[in-house]
Design a protein around this ligand. Structure first.
Ligand code: GDP
Ligand code: MN
Length: 436
C-alpha cells in the first residue's frame, strides 16, 4: 500500500522526524477560505506517483491570490494519467541544502538497502547514472530491527565528505537516518524515502517530501498504526488514483486484474514489440504465464514480447464473467494478442468457451476491436466444450477466424504461446505493410 505524502509525514512525526507545518488538505478550491495561511506556502498535488515537481504538481505561493490561482490550476492537472483530488498545503521552509535518504527492501534478495546522497531534491536515478560517486549505499543482510550508530555515522560522514557545509548538522543527520530506519522497520515498510530532506538556514533537518510503501502482507499487523493516521485496513482502500481504468472495471465486475504497464491508458507502444494479454485459468497459472511469456519471448523473439496483465477468474466464473475477462483485454489499447488456458479444476471448459465465443460474436457484430486468441483447454466438461467450439466455428467462421484453441493435452502451453506470438508478429507486419 502506497501512502499519500501527508499520511507518510504523520508516521514520520511519530518516529521523531521533523516535517513542514501542515496547514491543511483541500479537496476543492472553496476549502481554501477555511484555512489560516501564513505565507510563503507550498502547494502539493497528492498523487501516488513520483516526479510531481517536474509535472507542475509542486508550487510555492507568496500570497492568497497566487495560492488560489495555483490551487485551481492544479485541480485541473493530470499527472502521468492521474487526476488530482487533494492538495496538501504546508508552510514553506527555507532551503540551504537538499539531501536524499532512503531505506528499501531489495525486491530480488530481500536485503535492506540504505541509500543517501548529498545531491537531493533531484531524480535519484539520474544521480545514480551520471554521478554515481555522489551516492552512498549500504546493504544489510541480517534485517536488524534498529540501525547501529556505526552505520548511521558512516552515512553522515559520507554526506559531510561530499559537502563540508553539512558538518554542523552531522549529528542530526545520523539521528535522522536512525529514525527513518526505525520508521521503516516498525511499520514493516518496503520503501521509505525522503527526497529532499531539507537542511534549513538555521540548521534544522526537515523531511519536505515523503514516500512510504507498506508491505500489503503485514497490513493486518499495522492496523493500529494505520488507524492512528485515519486509514481503516479492513475496508479496501478505494482510491481510484491507485487503480488503472481496467483494474477499476475488473474490480466492479468481480475478478482480480493487475495492469503490468504504467499508465496503460496513455501508453506508448514500442513498434517492434508484441504486447500479450493473459486470461489464465487461475491465479497460479496467471503468475506462471507472465514468466512463460517473457521466457518464450527471450528464447525465440529477441526479448520483444511483453506480458501486459495479471488476471484471475476465481473458481467457476459465470459465462458473462468469462466474456468480460476477454472484453477488458480487447478494449485495452496495448493488447496485440491474448493467450488463454483452462486446466481442469472446478471451472467448466464448456462455460469458458461459450463465454469466450459470446464475447467474440458480440464484438464482431458491434464492430469493436478483435484480438487474436491462442490457448488450450483441458479438464471439466471438455467433450461438451469441444462440440460447442466445432459447431460455433462452422456457424460463424468470420467472428471466430482468429480463435485458435487446442482441445486436450496434445500440445504444451509453451508451444501454444510460441505459435501465438509468431502469429501475432506476422499479423502485425501484414497490417503495417497494408495487407490483411
Ligand atoms: P516530487 O517532485 O514529487 O519529488 O516533489 P517534492 O515534494 O520533492 O518537491 C519538489 C521540490 O520542491 C523539492 O525538491 C524542493 O526543491 C522543492 N520544495 C518542496 N518543499 C519545499 C519547501 O518547503 N520549501 C522550498 N523552498 N522548497 C520546497
Ligand atoms: Mn521528492
Amino acid at each position: 500500500m502506497k501512502l499519500y505524502e501527508y499520511e507518510a509525514k504523520q508516521i514520520f512525526e511519530k518516529f521523531g522526524l521533523s516535517v513542514p507545518k501542515e496547514i491543511g488538505i483541500i479537496e476543492n478550491i472553496s476549502d481554501l477560505e477555511n484555512l489560516t495561511l501564513s505565507f510563503p506556502i507550498m502547494i502539493k498535488a497528492m498523487v501516488l506517483i513520483g516526479g510531481r515537481g517536474k509535472a507542475g504538481g509542486i508550487k510555492k505561493a507568496d500570497n492568497i491570490s497566487e495560492a488560489s490561482d495555483i490551487c485551481s490550476k492544479m485541480f485541473d492537472l493530470i499527472i502521468h494519467g492521474y487526476a488530482i483530488k487533494k492538495l496538501l498545503l504546508e508552510e514553506a521552509v527555507s532551503v540551504a541544502h537538499e539531501i536524499y535518504l532512503s531505506i528499501a527492501t531489495d525486491p530480488a534478495t530481500f536485503d535492506l538497502v540504505i541509500v543517501v546522497s548529498a545531491s537531493g531534491g533531484v531524480d535519484i536515478e539520474e544521480v545514480a547514472i551520471n554521478q554515481p560517486e555522489e551516492i552512498w549505499k549500504k546493504t544489510l543482510r541480517d534485517n536488524p530491527k534498529t540501525l547501529s550508530e556505526e552505520i548511521s555515522k558512516e552515512a553522515a560522514d559520507f554526506l559531510v565528505g561530499r559537502n563540508s557545509e553539512l558538518s554542523s548538522v552531522k549529528e542530526s543527520l545520523s539521528t535522522t537516518i536512525m529514525a527513518l530506519f526505525s520508521a521503516f522497520q516498525q511499520s514493516e515498510a518496503k520503501i521509505c524515502e525522503i527526497n529532499p530532506l531539507i537542511v534549513t538556514n538555521d540548521n534544522q533537518l526537515i523531511a519536505a517530501d515523503a514516500k512510504f510503501v507498506l508491505d500489503d502482507n503485514s497490513l493486518y499487523r499495522q492496523a493500529p498504526l494505520l488507524k492512528s493516521i485515519g486509514i481503516d485496513t479492513r475496508s479496501k482502500r478505494h482510491d481510484v488514483s491507485e487503480q488503472t481504468k481496467y483494474e477499476a472495471q475488473a474490480y466492479i465486475i468481480g475478478f482480480p486484474f493487475l495492469d503490468l504497464l504504467d499508465n496503460p491508458e496513455s501508453f506508448q507502444k514500442e513498434q517492434d514489440k508484441l504486447y500479450v494479454g493473459l486470461v489464465p485459468g487461475g491465479a497460479g497459472y496467471g503468475i506462471f504465464s507472465i514468466d512463460e511469456i517473457v521466457n518464450v519471448g527471450n528464447r525465440y523473439f529477441d526479448g520483444k514480447v511483453i506480458p501486459i496483465n495479471f488476471m484471475d477468474s476465481g473458481g467457476g466464473p459465470s459465462l458473462s464473467k468469462v466474456a468480460d475477462m476477454f472484453h477488458i483485454l480487447m478494449d485495452h489499447p496495448a493488447t496485440d494478442l491474448i493467450i488463454t488456458s483452462r486446466f481442469g479444476g472446478i471451472s467448466s471448459c464448456d462455460i469458458f468457451i461459450q463465454g469466450l465465443i459470446m464475447a467474440l460474436r458480440d464484438r464482431y457484430i458491434s464492430k469493436r476491436r478483435m484480438i487474436p486468441v491462442f490457448g488450450r483447454m483441458v479438464g471439466t466438461d471438455l467433450a461438451a466444450a469441444r462440440t460447442f467450439l466445432d459447431k460455433a466455428k462452422r456457424e460463424s467462421p468470420e467472428p471466430l477466424k482468429d480463435l485458435h484453441i487446442v482441445v486436450g493435452n496434445q500440445k504444451i502451453m509453451a508451444d501454444i504461446i510460441k505459435d501465438g506470438i509468431e502469429y501475432g508478429f506476422r499479423t502485425k507486419k501484414q497490417k503495417e505493410t497494408g495487407g490483411n
